[in-house]
Structure formats: C-alpha cells, structure tokens
Write a protein that binds this ligand. Structure first.
Ligand code: HEC
Ligand code: HEC
Length: 230
C-alpha cells in the first residue's frame, strides 16, 4: 500500500511545527543531548522507538539498531541518497525529519540514543517454511548480513543487523530495493542490495520451487529466529 504524497506532507508539516517548540526549549542545538533530540522522533517512532501505526501510516521500530547504521541512514536522508525518490512517500517524510537535525553532532547523539533502546522482539511466522528461509538466507543474504544477522560494518560491506527490524518493514524495504525506489546511483551501500533481492533471490527461490513472495516470507521468518550476536 502506498501512502499518498499530500498525506505525507501534511504529517511532515504537523511535526515540523513541533520542532519550533522543542528547539526553543533546547536552546543551542549543538548542545542538545540524544534524549532531547529523540523527543522529535517519538510522534512517529513511539516513545521507546518501537514504531507506531498512525492511521494508514505504519512507522518502523528503530530501537536497538546499531549506532553506525542509524547514523549512516540519517546522513543518507540528509544528502538525498535515500528518501529522494518521487515514489517513496515514507522516505520523503523521514528525509524532512533528518534534515531538521542541525549538524553531524546531533545526528551522532540521536543515533547513539536509539542504539541503546531495547529492540522490538517478534515471533517467527509459523505459516512460513523456516527451513527454506534458512537455505535462502544462507545462499543470498549471509555473506553480507552475517550468519546470525549480526551485521557487518566493514567499509566494503556496511550491511546492518536485521534482527531489530520488524518483518513488515523489511518486506517494504525489499520491495523498494527491487523496484529502484531505494538504492539510487548515489547510494553505494544500497546499490549492493539491489541485485541481491532483485536478481539473485528470485533465481534461488525458483531453484527451490518457491515464488518470490514465499521466499521473502520464509527469509523474514528465519531472520526472526536469529540472535543478532556475532
Ligand atoms: C513524520 C514521521 C517521522 C518522524 C517525526 C521521524 N521519522 Fe524516522 N521514519 C519515518 C518513516 C515513515 C520511516 C520509514 C522510511 C521508509 O519506509 O523508507 C522512517 C525511517 C527512519 C529510519 C530508517 C530505519 C531503517 O532501518 O531503515 C531512521 C534511522 C529514522 N527514521 C530515524 C528517525 C529519527 C532519529 C527521528 C527524529 C529526529 C525520526 N526518525 C523522526 C517517519 C518519521
Ligand atoms: C552484497 C551484500 C549484501 C547482500 C548479499 C544482502 N544485503 Fe541486505 N544490505 C546490504 C547493505 C550494504 C545494506 C545497507 C543499505 C543502506 O545503507 O541503505 C543492506 C540493507 C538491507 C536492508 C535494509 C535494512 C534497513 O534497516 O532499512 C534489508 C531489509 C536487507 N538488507 C535485507 C537483505 C536480505 C533479506 C538479503 C538476502 C535476500 C540481503 N539483504 C542480502 C548488503 C547486502
């Protein structure tokens, strides 16, 4: 389902106004702590960063994502490497929020705060074929995301852990990578993902007698069994 653009902008406008007040209370933005900065995020991501469903809009849980990854994503939203595609209504919404942070120090501070929040825990989908999910994950995802989905910050890889992410959100992102809404030419890391989910995964799924939809479902369920620990 796609969030309409006018709706997205209406929401951005509402929250942009709340910045005016939080700025005034916070004083010098360069002195604002991660916790204070996070107050600007809770209307959408929830007080503990566990995500939120606001009407037709679903906002992802970000609690417990690694600090380096949160930082990299906020920087991408700030520099049009992510969330700049006309069909990416949710990305555009987040882009506006990322741009309202004053400087790199604020990005760092709020990222560290998010990383320290308790991640959301999901049970694996019991309707999925977890064994097939494991085969697919091992063949297509593990090299970069790690055997336990612990992630890999190596500059040549920079793939995040996926365990703190909700399944619905991973699914949406897989579709964005597949359809070119995420992973533009400016986005070095996003570009690493595109051929994996657009080309490699459908091929592997076919070899195991699964549709792409079934492959996604099975991988998501398998990720929910992983610890995220190295
Ligand atoms: C107006 C609602 C809104 C506000 C306020 C908001 N976000 Fe977001 N954020 C979103 C949406 C929607 C997404 C999903 C974007 C997508 O689908 O690609 C998102 C995605 C993100 C992501 C990417 C997560 C990932 O793993 O891909 C990060 C990091 C993030 N937000 C951090 C923040 C921070 C930090 C703040 C506060 C400074 C904030 N957000 C405020 C709506 C919001
Ligand atoms: C060649 C390395 C590589 C492989 C293989 C790979 N990924 Fe990724 N993946 C990445 C990188 C790098 C990123 C970070 C993209 C960015 O910075 O925006 C990423 C990001 C993601 C994200 C976005 C997370 C978020 O918080 O928004 C998801 C979901 C994901 N990968 C799932 C998968 C799945 C599922 C597979 C297997 C089907 C897979 N990846 C295979 C490198 C890879």
């Amino acid at each position: 389902m796609r969030t309409s653009l006018p709706f997205a902008f209406a929401i951005v406008a509402t929250f942009a106004m709340s910045f005016v007040t939080s700025r005034a209370i916070a004083g010098d933005p360069s002195q604002t702590s991660g916790k204070q900065l996070f107050l600007r995020c809770i209307n959408c991501h929830g007080a503990n960063g566990q995500g939120m469903k606001a009407g037709t809009l679903q906002v992802p849980s970000i609690a417990g994502l690694e600090a380096w990854y949160v930082e990299s994503q906020i920087m991408k939203f700030r520099t049009d490497k992510r969330g700049a595609h006309a069909d990416d209504a949710k990305g555009l919404m987040m882009r506006a929020m990322a741009r309202a942070l004053a400087n790199d120090a604020e990005v760092k501070a709020v990222s560290a705060y998010i990383a320290a929040l308790a991640p959301k825990v999901e049970k694996p989908d019991t309707s999925a074929d977890i064994k097939r999910g494991q085969q697919l994950y091992t063949m297509v995802c593990m090299a970069c995301h790690g055997a336990n989905s612990q992630g890999n910050p190596d500059p040549n890889i920079r793939a995040p852990s996926q365990v703190a992410l909700e399944s619905w959100y991973i699914q949406e992102q897989l579709v964005k990578f597949r359809t070119g809404v995420r992973g533009s030419l400016k986005d070095v890391e996003g570009l690493r993902m595109v051929p994996m989910v657009r080309d490699a995964l459908p091929l592997m799924a076919k070899s195991l007698g699964a549709t792409v939809e079934e492959a996604d479902r099975d991988i998501l369920a398998y990720i929910n069994t992983l610890s995220g620990k190295p």
